[in-house]
Design a protein around this ligand. Structure first.
Ligand SMILES: [Zn+2]
Ligand SMILES: [Zn+2]
Ligand SMILES: [Zn+2]
Ligand SMILES: [Zn+2]
Length: 347
């Protein structure tokens, strides 16, 4: 986004903080951001065996390659093992995680949420040991610790710090700051779509320092595509594609969850997980709804949902046009979760 021909610019937006603004007129289907993760970590509780590769997060094949030093981490290929041993699964991570995953670990009785935070702390400490310059990027992200985060940070840091050298920067306070950033800046890496379900399980989380500045809207003009299980080399990159045309100077927003959630669930999730009350056009209308049986099918956002929510069983992903070809908008919509394609007859 630093390049002068970038389609987006980071700007201060009144009552929202920072947000991403179109620097020129943008077309439906256009990809406005592709970004590699700064950090990835597993969403599995510590004492379960994930069904995906610990490096690339693709679903594991039947023949797996375990870490030679611990029994916990499994990889899909020698290449993934090699990459991980030199990055996310360094000897420090391996040793520290092995201790935390031991049967006598104080984490065995902790809730899943704390166990996933433990994975995050190991992943982020490991990242900062190898790339200290990433600390400034992480600390520049949104989010401040609350009481619960301060408590879990103290606990988790006390478990991990015996493995850290004395001269390192890590502390209770830093752990709390990092966990607070993790909460609201992470994107989910999803299990692949399955008709049978379970619905939308999460494999892991990724922190994408640019994509994290997309604000939320309940009628978004962009959505995020997830290609974790593709054979693409950059399968954990985040791809943000426009659902509709966007005028120069307008903000590009995504939805932080499935777009067909009802008003009360959206309100609760946005307040509990992201700490704000949404004031988008859809929320303003739905806040005043009373169930009087009146037909609402002519409201703009009802039309939006019927067009852009994927109707495949157990999916409810968001549909966005395929990227334009030779500046010509596509009339084919693609689901960002299951990949379903449908022709949009209205265009
Ligand atoms: Zn792999
Ligand atoms: Zn290991
Ligand atoms: Zn809203
Ligand atoms: Zn779908």
């Amino acid at each position: 986004m630093d390049a002068s021909n970038s389609p987006l610019r980071l700007e201060h937006i009144p009552s929202k903080g920072k947000g991403l603004i179109a620097t020129k007129p943008l077309k439906a289907g256009q990809i406005v951001l592709t970004e590699s993760p700064l950090l990835l970590y597993s969403a599995s509780p510590l004492f379960s065996q994930p069904s995906y590769c610990d490096n690339c997060f693709r679903t594991l094949p039947t023949q797996t390659i375990p870490c030679p030093s611990c029994s916990h981490c499994k990889f899909c290929s020698q290449k993934c093992l090699y990459i991980a041993l030199n990055s996310s699964h360094s000897s420090w991570s391996c040793q520290t995680l092995s201790y935390l995953q031991n049967k006598t670990s104080p984490l065995s009785t902790q809730p899943f949420e704390i166990q996933v935070q433990a994975r995050f702390i190991v992943a982020v400490y490991n990242l900062l040991m190898h790339n200290p310059s990433h600390l400034n990027i992480l600390l520049s992200l949104h989010g401040d610790p609350n009481e619960a985060i301060l408590d879990s940070a103290k606990f988790l840091h006390s478990l991990v710090s015996p493995f850290c050298q004395k001269n390192m920067i890590f502390s209770d306070e830093l752990a709390a700051k990092l966990i607070a950033k993790e909460r609201i800046n992470s994107f989910c890496l999803m299990e692949p779509y399955s008709q049978k379900g379970p619905q939308r399980s999460i494999k892991g989380y990724g922190i994408y320092p640019k994509a994290t500045f997309f604000n939320h809207d309940c009628i978004p003009n962009a959505c995020r595509f997830d290609y974790v299980d593709s054979s693409d080399e950059n399968n954990t990159d985040i791809v943000i594609r426009l659902i509709k045309d966007v005028d120069v100077g307008s903000e590009v927003c995504i939805s932080y969850f499935r777009i067909n959630k009802d008003y009360s669930s959206r309100k609760r999730i946005l307040m509990e997980d992201y700490g704000f009350a949404c004031e988008c056009d859809r929320c303003k209308i739905e806040a005043n709804w009373n169930d009087d049986g009146e037909s609402k099918s002519d409201l703009p956002h009802v039309c939006f949902l019927s067009k852009y929510v994927c109707d495949k069983k157990n999916c409810a992903g968001t549909m966005a046009p395929l990227p334009p070809k030779d500046d010509e908008a596509s009339n084919v919509l693609e689901c960002n979760f299951c990949g379903n394609l449908k022709v949009d007859n209205a265009t």
